[in-house]
Design a protein around this ligand. Structure first.
Ligand SMILES: Nc1nc2c(ncn2[C@@H]2O[C@H](COP(=O)(O)OP(=O)(O)OP(=O)(O)O)[C@@H](O)[C@H]2O)c(=O)[nH]1
Ligand SMILES: [Mg+2]
Length: 291
C-alpha cells in the first residue's frame, strides 16, 4: 500500500483549448518576468497594508520620509547621523548607534533637528539587507519600504544584488531613489596605498598629484561599475553620489569641507526632489548647504 503511494503519479494531460493555452503561456511569462526582476510574484500591497506600514513607520503628512537602505555595515547609521548634523555618540539616544558589528536590527526613525526649518525630513535607518535572515525582495516588502517618499541605496565596496533589487522595487513603485557610495575618503586612501605599493623606491612621488589621480580614478571606477550593474539588470542609468560622513557632517553644519566629492550635489538634489513633491507648482526656495 505504502509502496503504491510513493509511486510517481502518471503525468496528467490537460485538455486545454487554444485560448486557455495562450492564457496559461501569458501567465507563465508574466511570472517569469517578475522573477527576473527580482520581484515577489504578488507584490502590490493592499491599501490596508499601506496604512499599516505608514502607522508602523509613523508617517506624517507634510514631512518627507527618507529611507536609507543597503547591505549591513555600509555606513547607513553613520550617514543618518551626519545628515542630521550629529556625530556618532553611543551615549546619546538621539544619535543612531554605529559600529563594526551588526548593530541595527529594527527600522529606526530619526526626525531631522531641522534647525532653520528648511529640512522637513524624517530619516529611517533600515536594518541591513543581504544578511542570511532576509531575502532580497522580502527585505523591501517586510520593511514596508513602498511607503517612503525617497530611498537612498548606500553601498560601500561592492554594489550587491540586494541593492539592485531595492532599486527595481523603487522603479516599480515610482519612488525616487538615490545611489550613494559611502566612505569615499577611505576608498581614495586605499587607491593611494595600492599605487605606492607598486611604485619603485627611486620614483619621485608627487603626493598631491597622486591624491588627485586617485580621486579621479575612484569617481570614474565607481560610476562605470554602477552603470554596468544597472545596465545588466535592465535598469535606467542614474548617477552615483560619492560621499563621506565627515564631509557630509561639516557641510550640514555649514562648514567648509575641502576634498568633498558629491556631498553638496546629493544634499541639493535630495532637497530639490523634496521641494518639488511638497510644493509642485510654487517657487522653489534657494537650496541650503553651501561649499
Ligand atoms: N572612515 C569612515 N568610516 C565610516 C563611514 N561611514 C561609516 N563608517 C564606519 O563603518 C562602520 C559601519 O558603519 P555603520 O554606520 O554602523 O553601518 P550600518 O550600515 O548602519 O550597519 P548595520 O546597522 O549593521 O546595517 C562603522 O565602524 C563606522 O564608523 C565613513 O564615511 N568614513
Ligand atoms: Mg546601522
Amino acid at each position: 500500500m505504502g509502496g503504491e503511494q510513493s509511486k510517481a503519479e502518471p503525468e496528467r494531460k490537460l485538455d486545454l483549448t487554444a485560448a486557455e493555452r495562450r492564457e496559461l503561456d501569458h501567465l507563465r511569462k508574466e511570472l517569469e518576468d517578475r522573477l527576473k526582476l527580482g520581484l515577489k510574484p504578488v507584490v502590490t500591497p493592499t491599501s490596508q497594508e499601506r496604512e499599516t506600514a505608514k502607522a508602523r513607520h509613523k508617517y506624517e503628512d507634510g514631512k518627507y520620509h527618507i529611507a536609507i537602505a543597503g547591505v549591513s555595515g555600509t555606513g547607513k547609521s553613520s550617514f543618518i547621523n551626519a545628515v542630521r548634523g550629529l556625530r556618532s555618540n553611543p551615549d546619546d539616544p538621539l544619535v543612531a548607534p554605529t559600529g563594526v558589528a551588526e548593530t541595527t536590527t529594527d527600522a529606526h526613525r530619526y526626525a531631522d533637528p531641522n534647525p532653520d526649518g528648511t529640512r522637513p525630513y524624517v530619516w529611517y535607518d533600515i536594518p541591513g539587507a543581504g544578511t542570511l535572515e532576509v531575502a532580497d525582495w522580502e527585505y523591501f516588502n517586510n520593511q514596508g519600504l513602498y511607503i517612503f517618499d525617497c530611498i537612498i541605496v548606500l553601498f560601500d565596496t561592492r554594489f550587491f544584488a540586494t541593492d539592485i533589487a531595492i532599486l527595481k522595487h523603487c522603479a516599480h513603485f515610482g519612488i525616487p531613489s538615490f545611489i550613494v557610495r559611502s566612505k569615499s575618503q577611505i576608498h581614495i586612501q586605499n587607491i593611494i596605498e595600492e599605487t605606492l605599493e607598486y611604485a619603485a623606491e627611486e620614483d619621485d612621488i608627487d603626493g598631491e598629484g597622486m591624491r588627485r589621480e586617485a580621486r579621479t580614478r575612484y569617481i570614474l571606477d565607481t560610476n562605470v561599475s554602477v552603470a554596468y550593474n544597472l545596465g545588466r539588470a535592465g535598469l535606467r542609468l542614474q548617477p552615483v553620489f560619492c560621499v563621506d560622513r565627515t564631509k557630509l557632517l561639516r557641510l550640514v553644519r555649514g562648514q567648509q569641507a575641502p576634498g568633498a566629492i558629491d556631498e553638496v550635489k546629493l544634499l541639493r538634489t535630495m532637497h530639490a526632489t523634496v521641494q518639488k513633491k511638497m510644493n509642485p507648482s510654487g517657487d522653489q526656495p534657494a537650496p541650503p548647504y553651501s561649499q
